[in-house]
Design a protein around this ligand. Sequence first.
Ligand code: 13P
Length: 252
Amino acid sequence: MQNRVPLIAGNWKMHKNCSEAESTAEELVKLVSDVKNVDIMIAPSFVSLALVNKKINGSNISLGAQNIFWEKEGAFTGEISKDMLISAGCTYVIIGHSERRQYFNETDETVNKKIKTTLASGLKPVLCIGETEQERESKKTFSVLDKQIKNGLQSFILEDLDSLSIAYEPVWAIGTGKTATKEQAQEVHNFIRSLISKEFNSKLASAMRIIYGGSVKPDNISQLMNMSDIDGALVGGASLKSETFSKIVKFK
Ligand code: 13P
């Protein structure tokens, strides 16, 4: 994995009310306090961000948001701005998750705008990409990812992208218990890194964290992390219990 610091992130999706989020965060702080050389992030719902931030303050856990809107402020009912996320304590923003693409009309174009805003505000974007089962079966995996990356990162310059991570989340592996094999994931991660190298340069490509998401659990994390191009995980279901997530964080 070269010298890339792994990123293990928990995407809580639409789970946990405010007090549940607070108590999970509180437990997690204790469980992972001894972990070094791993970046740990949790992304609760918007309403819990500031509360969770208070619980993780001073710990080795960072706060992430599950979405962002690109406008600074204004009449955009239901949306959330970069300033709001920063004031709630966020460091990371998950962008373009397949559930947002599938249910909320997220497109490569909106993803592109959101990444732009995120980078300009000093927050760290985690760009999510991934193919559906049908696309994999019809051998379109690489062309789908190629398009998602090229369009999502269109018109960025090299200097912009230092803090970007990419999460490869095959849609067929999300919440299904069907993890990609370590070989399947490695093959795709290697493809993504080569594409970044071709589109930008090899220095950026070798520094960029490419993390895997899709049914990551305590019992499959180590084999995934052993692969040379897998730099961490974006965890859904298994991040909801502090004890389970802490085992993933301590994958070694
Ligand atoms: P699961 O870990 O529940 O499969 O979800 C993965 C995911 O979508 C993380 O963003």
